[in-house]
Design a protein around this ligand. Structure first.
Ligand SMILES: NC(=O)c1ccc[n+]([C@@H]2O[C@H](COP(=O)([O-])OP(=O)(O)OC[C@H]3O[C@@H](n4cnc5c(N)ncnc54)[C@H](OP(=O)(O)O)[C@@H]3O)[C@@H](O)[C@H]2O)c1
Length: 253
């Protein structure tokens, strides 16, 4: 029998991410919410970024109620944010923590699922702005802080439709292809450096985005965000040092 893949077999504990400062985008709901809580449970100081402050506050309260390291909250909407906002974010993180050990680029929108010819220009722009351009601008601002860390990890979120195109997945699918490309470019630019870049494909996971994409599906048949966390913690932990340019599946077929 073959050995299980290291990211699937990874067993985290309360010190797996000790002393690490990790930014999570889309930390108010779904997979990002669970990742923020799991990172805090593994000892990290988590920066919770998202567009709905009340959701971020609920995650903050959850983390504090477990007696974990106090997180910080950054309310920010990727749709309207410009490079100036991301530079401001970098300045704030720099003043507060002096470095960044990891970033989980998780926030995304699905947009409309429709035939290619029916993709509206405004919807295409919105999906590309949130899923792609925001990540470019954020990383340009934050890379200097990620280089300040002894070893740091940038984790992008992809999808199976970011590897093989699928009918009617239009702008979302194209945005995930772009995400895979961005990860590969950065990994290649940082070969043999202390900073690593990888993608995670969560696979079908019980969240609001999945329910929107598959309204008729029985959500109880799907993995929960907490069940796919080993890969998320593995890529942030020092165990994955040296792993870069990979696109890992939480639920390989
Ligand atoms: N669930 C799946 O089956 C699945 C499969 C493959 C890939 N993925 C990927 O996994 C990641 C997480 O998805 P999910 O299923 O957890 O989705 P979700 O439940 O819809 O959560 C997405 C998060 O992103 C935030 N967000 C959306 N637009 C934003 C914006 N303009 N600015 C800041 N934050 C924004 C949302 O904030 P609000 O809560 O305030 O709206 C929410 O917290 C995404 O990248 C998705 O493409 C998911």
């Amino acid at each position: 029998m073959s050995e299980p893949l290291p990211h699937l077999a990874f067993e985290s504990h309360e010190h797996s991410l000790k002393n690490k400062v990790i930014l999570v985008t889309g930390a108010g709901d779904g997979i990002g919410k669970q990742a923020a809580i799991s990172y805090a449970q593994c000892g990290a100081t988590v920066i919770l970024l998202g567009r709905t402050t009340s959701k971020l506050e609920a995650v903050y309260d959850h983390i504090v109620s477990e007696g974990l390291t106090q997180p910080s909250i950054v309310p920010l909407d990727h749709e309207g944010a410009t490079s100036t906002h991301y530079k401001g974010l970098a300045d704030t993180i720099g003043e507060e923590y002096g470095r960044l050990d990891g970033i989980l680029l998780n926030a995304s929108v699905l947009g409309a699922l429709c035939p290619f010819e029916e993709i509206k220009e405004s919807e295409f722009d919105q999906v590309m702005q949130i899923n792609v351009k925001a990540q470019v601008l954020m990383l340009q601002a934050l890379l200097p802080l990620l280089r300040e860390a002894q070893t740091s990890s940038v984790v992008f979120t992809t999808s199976s439709v970011g590897r093989v195109g699928r009918a009617f997945w239009g702008a979302y699918s194209m945005s995930k292809f772009a995400t895979e490309g961005m990860m590969q470019i950065l990994a290649d630019e940082h070969k043999n450096k202390a900073i690593r870049f990888n993608c995670i494909n969560p696979g079908a996971t019980r969240t609001q985005m999945r329910a929107k994409a598959y309204p008729g599906e029985d959500a109880n048949t799907l993995k929960t965000p907490s069940q796919i966390m080993p890969t998320y913690v593995y890529l942030m932990s020092d165990v994955s040092r040296g792993v870069s340019g990979e696109s890992l599946d939480c639920q390989p077929k």
